[in-house]
Structure formats: structure tokens, C-alpha cells
Write a new protein. Structure first.
Length: 252
């Protein structure tokens, strides 16, 4: 069953209560967050001292209501989280994001308030950092670089969501999948020696719940994209082999 957010505070032994992640490693992973990159080690340590940390076991679910989303930002420190909504009429899950370390879950009242409940499921043993709105506002005011970085991060996520919703109305499953992969590699992709790669390992079921399709339809669409030379899948990671072909398949 979903549970409310509980907090764990840093301890004197250099670890967080009930979370087997050294504080030094937590600090390093938080520095991956784009808008926290300008902070010095001392400033990041102070932010950690004021923040709260929550450990999630694999399969555990948290529910964030509008008030919690307005008052705090959640950052993924370790593990992997599925962020999703549940349709009131059907109970069907709609995945918004699958997030790894360095990602933000919710954004506080620095942006317009999200009025729906968000569900967070730990796909692996995970830990999140919970930052209060007042501390986030102070950070933005004290660091001129942090504000624009935060704005870019949130605006990028919002634009990707709007594009996905438009695609679900207008396109077939194969086009929606191609468009989603294109957006993911453009937004969060990394360059490797094998080419551009989407770092998060998505299951076909997760991708399906992101584009409004079932797992079987996603599997068929994936096979078509691979046969066409658009993408290649290795160890559940997607590599883009032909950007132009992927865009054409996305109906762009």
C-alpha cells in the first residue's frame, strides 16, 4: 500500500539513517542535478543538512498530493523511480517518467501547481532527497546560475510532456513510440562510442504506459524500428542509429 513521506536525517557516522549510502556519495550524486552544479561542496553540504532523505524498498509506492508537491521538490539520489498517474475512471496507470539519479520528481510552487496526485514506485531500492520550497527559493536567489538552470530543466520537461500528449491524440502506436524515443534521446540522451543512447532502461510496458499503448503493440513497433535500422537495443538500452529515419517514422 502507498505510504506517506517519512524522513531520515544525516547521522554523525557519515551515513543517512536506514539508508546505506555514504554522505560523500549522496553529495556527489546531487551535484549531477543541473541546477545544483554551481554550488560549492560546503553549500551542497548545507543544503543536505537542511534536506530530508527517504528510503524506498523495491516495489514500494509513495503518493504525493497537490500540497506535498507544492511545498517540496524531490530529487532522486539512488535507484530508479516510476512516476505515474492513476486514471480515476479506469484505475489504469499512465507513466509520466522513469527517473534515475540526478532527476527531479516534483517542482514546488516555483512553477504552476500540479493538481493531481502523483504516484512514485521504486523500481529498485531507492532514495530521494526532499527539499523545502523556502530552501529552493533561497538557493535560486543566492546563485544567479541556478535559477536559469532550474528553469531550463522544468521547461524542457513540460515541453516533452506536451508533445507526448499531442502525439497520443494524433498518431498511431509506431509513430508515438518513434516520437517518444526521439524526444528522450534529444532531452536526456548521452553520446557513446556506439552512438546516441537513452540511458534509462525502459520496459515495453513502461513505454506503453507513456504513449497510451499496450505492451504487445510496443513490442511490434520496436521490432519495426529495429528492422528499419532506426534503433538498436542492447541490454535494454536504446541506441539511435539513424536520426532522420527515426524522425520520419515519428511523422515529423
Amino acid at each position: 500500500m502507498p505510504r506517506p513521506l517519512l524522513s531520515s536525517k544525516p547521522m554523525q557516522d557519515g551515513r543517512v539513517t536506514n539508508v546505506e549510502v555514504p554522505v560523500r556519495e549522496i553529495r556527489r550524486r546531487l551535484s549531477w542535478v543541473e541546477f545544483l552544479a554551481p554550488l560549492s561542496e560546503a553549500e551542497l553540504a548545507e543544503l543536505m543538512r537542511r534536506a530530508e532523505f527517504v528510503k524506498l524498498d523495491k516495489g514500494e509506492v509513495l503518493v504525493l498530493g497537490p500540497e506535498e508537491q507544492a511545498e517540496h521538490m524531490l530529487l532522486v539520489v539512488a535507484g530508479q523511480l516510476q512516476v505515474y498517474e492513476v486514471a480515476l475512471s479506469s484505475g489504469r496507470e499512465h507513466t509520466l517518467w522513469v527517473l534515475d539519479s540526478g532527476s527531479a520528481v516534483s517542482a514546488t510552487e516555483l512553477v504552476p501547481r500540479w493538481v493531481r496526485e502523483l504516484h512514485i514506485r521504486a523500481l529498485h531500492s531507492s532514495m530521494v532527497c526532499r527539499i523545502e520550497q523556502k530552501d529552493l527559493e533561497a538557493l535560486v536567489l543566492c546563485h544567479p546560475e541556478a535559477g536559469p538552470r532550474l528553469a531550463r530543466m522544468l521547461a524542457s520537461k513540460l515541453m516533452l510532456m506536451e508533445d507526448r500528449w499531442a502525439d497520443m491524440v494524433e498518431k498511431e502506436v509506431s509513430e508515438r513510440l518513434a516520437a517518444l524515443l526521439y524526444m528522450l534521446v534529444e532531452g536526456v540522451g548521452v553520446m557513446t562510442k556506439e552512438g546516441p543512447m537513452i540511458p534509462t532502461r525502459y520496459t515495453h510496458k513502461q513505454l506503453g504506459s507513456m504513449i497510451g499503448a499496450n505492451r504487445e503493440a510496443v513490442s511490434r513497433a520496436f521490432a519495426e524500428l529495429q528492422e528499419g535500422g532506426c534503433v538498436e537495443v542492447r541490454k535494454r538500452r536504446v541506441y539511435v542509429k539513424d536520426f532522420d529515419a527515426l524522425r520520419q517514422n515519428a511523422g515529423e
